[in-house]
Design a protein. Sequence first.
Length: 143
Amino acid sequence: MQRAIRAEKYPDCPRVFFRDGKPIKQFKNGWASACQRAGLWTGDAKTGRPSVLFHDLRRTGVRNLLRAGVPEKIAMGISGHKTRSVFDRYNIVTESDLKDAARRLGEYLAHKGTHADDSAHYRHTNEKTGVALDSRKSSKLLI
């Protein structure tokens, strides 16, 4: 919808988000109102800030890309991160990530030395997404 408005009314505007064809310089009040309307405002009584920060969307976006199996280099390009160190700050490791890693290691060790193991290859299906990954194909999806 925003793209259609821009194309019709402000064809020379290069921005994704704008107000009357000009850059939005301050959106704190608009963000607070949007959080309230969406039911995301628990509001910090001391500071008056919303409980969800606009910047949280970027972190969530990075996590969702990686959990969906998108290669990190591509996720970095989508999120606009130019350096690995900054990107890594957005890829927050959770308790469930650690538990999933431990479970995967247990599965690997359980198959190690069996016919199903070829020592250099391990197939894993992510419990949450149901996506099968093949270690030989560097995070490529299996069909």
